[in-house]
Design a binder for this molecule. Structure first.
Ligand code: ADP
Ligand code: MG
Length: 627
């Protein structure tokens, strides 16, 4: 509880106690009014102030105004007739209890969520030359510095392990509860927690650019992107409150006019005024106004707890309606770790072919490049790579020891007019040409991620109707992968711009619902941003993907796609449950109130009740079962 909440609770208790005491005090007339004004002002002064401020600023229509009119009205009724002021105090009291509960519950769940996301490290240990450790602000650590991370500490910056072996808890980033073992040479990300060993890490990114900072940025900005339902609520409140005030005025005057002018009986002034006030109290839309953003917030929190970052509530809404999921292949459905399975040289020997290919790939970050360099471990010898150019989605060109060498797929060979030899091996075929002469090809193959099959199956269970795969790889490989994973449709040999074109075709198609694209950001960032909803795999990988995507899966597990869809469906279901429940009870109370069957007590009680239930319901969105 914060200070404000404590103060409020105190006010609630004092005025409640005073109310009970006053019940036993025998006072009449003005004295009674004066006595009841004490608890009334204690509990309600801020509401009255806010209402008057609202009027002064020309934006009077909010719940404070409703409460002010209703309670002052009740007091006036007390003065002129009934002599009863309990109702005015009680209405204010209940309203404040509701407000208190709301701020407590919202505060509590926000705190829970931010605690879950408590990955921002406060310091880093730098090793001085004499071997002592010095605690420094992680902002001051530069790229290439060596930091020491002890067991129990949060990893402050992204880097590679230089020395030591340890197991790390990655759950804050990935939602994965099984610890991961890291050895020298492995990448380590800020936000992991070091558990068992002391390790030395060479930093690769500055603090601002490190994973933990980036994720916190994303989460902090997520709630500013509002969903349609949230916008609906604020528009609704803008029309609703004035409408209710007008309706109340009509309710207070029309029946009177009727009785006066048409029925010509002497009207009961108090009765209709009371009903109108009643109507005002009931109409307060608090439950609706708070429970909807809270439900979305809980949904976003629940998702990030599972290692799924959703950049705004609007995307939760979109995810829930996803019917078509389009996949990239390499790095998304497959591991993106290629093994060389065959080398078919033409004019030079096999060793030399691998050697040249590895050099050409020196500056490329493509998974194929990484694998070719791994297959030829002495890549950093004294050969000179004087020029290198990536031909996106096709391969690489480089000048090695003065020779112009191309490494890439058959499309690349066609475009430079080099005749290539087809290969009967199953796999991705990487052709090599040297100074315009065909030098042979290397067959490499990738493995499908262990979870990919299960991921596609659970997508269908989550209501996705169609799955499509787009790849720059050849038809053979594409067909094999999509057959194994039972993907409905595939398109192969695509350049990055062809992928965008295919995506546009899918978006124009009929009965496709919302189209999601899942990619790793390598050669597919434009498609990620073109799709209705872009899901980036491997937050561990490409920064471009994290930027372009609407949803980021923190580990490379494709099963998280259907999980994200289920989380958003549950969240949306809760939002609608709350909307209908709140509006339903409201309408019922309004009708009962207008008919004179419900009093103000009942009305305010119903409102607080609805709010409590709606808030509790919203919090359910935090929890999602595994499938
Ligand atoms: P995917 O669509 O499967 O993710 P990409 O669009 O990244 O694949 O690449 C398509 C094809 O282009 C690859 O299968 C490969 O044949 C070729 N290619 C792309 N980059 C390189 C590279 N750096 N070296 C060799 N070949 C490459
Ligand atoms: Mg790719």
């Amino acid at each position: 509880m914060n200070k404000k909440q404590k103060k409020m609770l105190l006010r609630i208790i004092i005025s409640a106690v005073l109310m009970v005491i006053l019940h036993f005090v025998k006072a009449e007339g003005w004295l009674k009014l004066a006595l009841y004004m004490i608890p009334y002002l204690i509990i309600g002064y801020d509401v009255l102030l806010k209402a008057f401020k609202g009027i002064r600023n020309g934006q009077p229509f909010d719940e404070c105004l409703l409460m002010t009119i209703a309670t002052i009205g009740a007091i006036v009724l007390g003065i002129t007739g009934s002599g009863d002021y309990v109702e005015a105090v009680a209405v204010m009291l209940f309203y404040q209890v509701g407000e208190w509960f709301q701020s407590y519950a919202v505060g509590k769940s926000r705190k829970n969520i931010s605690e879950l996301m408590d990955i921002r490290p406060d310091y880093a240990n730098i090793q001085n030359e004499d071997g002592t450790l010095e605690k420094v602000d992680p902002y001051d650590v530069e790229i290439g510095d060596i930091i020491v991370i002890q067991p129990g500490e949060k990893v402050p910056l992204d880097g590679t392990v230089e020395e030591g072996t340890t197991s790390v808890n990655t759950s804050a980033l990935t939602g994965e509860s099984v610890p991961r073992t890291l050895r020298p040479g492995d990448r380590i990300l800020s936000g992991f927690i070091n558990m068992t060993g002391v390790i030395k890490v060479r930093t690769e990114k500055e603090f601002d650019e490190s994973t933990a900072s980036k994720i916190l940025d994303l989460v902090e900005n997520a709630s500013s992107r509002k969903s349609r339902s949230e916008n609906f609520i604020s528009r609704f409140a803008r029309i609703y409150t004035p409408a209710v005030v007008i309706a109340a005025v009509l309710l207070a005057t029309l029946p009177l006019l009727y009785e006066l002018l048409i029925a010509k009986t002497s009207p009961d002034l108090g009765k209709w005024a009371y009903r109108a006030l009643n109507f005002l109290v009931v109409s307060c839309p608090c439950a609706l106004v708070i429970s909807i953003p809270l439900s979305f917030f809980a949904g976003l929190g629940g998702a990030s707890k599972s290692g799924i970052l959703i950049k705004g509530s609007n995307y939760l809404e979109q995810l829930a309606g996803t019917e078509t999921v389009v996949f990239d292949k390499t790095g998304t459905l497959t591991k993106g770790v290629f093994e060389v399975t065959a080398v078919h040289p033409d004019i030079i020997d096999g060793e030399e072919l691998l050697h040249m290919a590895a050099h050409v790939e020196r500056y490329s970050l493509h998974p194929i490049a990484v694998s070719l360099k791994k297959a030829y471990p002495n890549e950093h010898d004294d050969c000179e790579v004087s020029y290198a150019e990536e031909i996106t989605g096709q391969g690489m060109k480089a000048i090695v020891n003065g020779k112009e060498i191309y490494v890439g797929n058959s499309g690349l060979m066609d475009s430079i007019g080099v005749e290539w030899h087809p290969c009967h091996h199953q796999g991705t075929i990487i052709h090599v040409s040297m100074d315009g002469v065909y030098a042979g090809h290397i067959v490499i193959s990738d493995v499908i991620k262990e979870n990919a099959g299960e991921a596609l199956e659970s997508l269908k269970k989550s209501g996705v109707r169609k799955t499509v795969m787009l790849t720059g790889d050849n038809r053979n490989v594409a067909e094999a992968v999509s057959r194994e994973l039972k993907i409905d449709e595939f398109h192969s040999d695509l350049l990055p711009e062809d992928k965008v074109m295919r995506m546009e075709e899918i978006l124009e198609g009929k009965e496709k619902g919302i189209v999601a694209f899942v990619g790793d950001g390598i050669n597919d960032a434009p498609v990620l941003s073109r799709a209705d909803i872009g899901i980036a795999m491997g937050a561990m990988g490409s920064d471009a993907a994290i930027e372009a995507a609407d949803v980021v899966l923190m580990d490379d597990d494709p099963r998280k796609i259907s999980k994200a869809i289920r989380i958003s469906k549950k969240c949306l279901r809760i939002v609608y449950e709350n909307i209908w429940f709140a509006i339903g009870v409201k309408i019922l109370c309004l009708i009962l109130g207008a008919l004179g069957l419900a009093n103000m007590w009942m009305a305010i009680f119903a409102d607080v009740g609805v709010m409590v239930i709606a808030v509790l319901n919203a919090i359910r969105a935090l929890f999602v079962r595994d499938l």
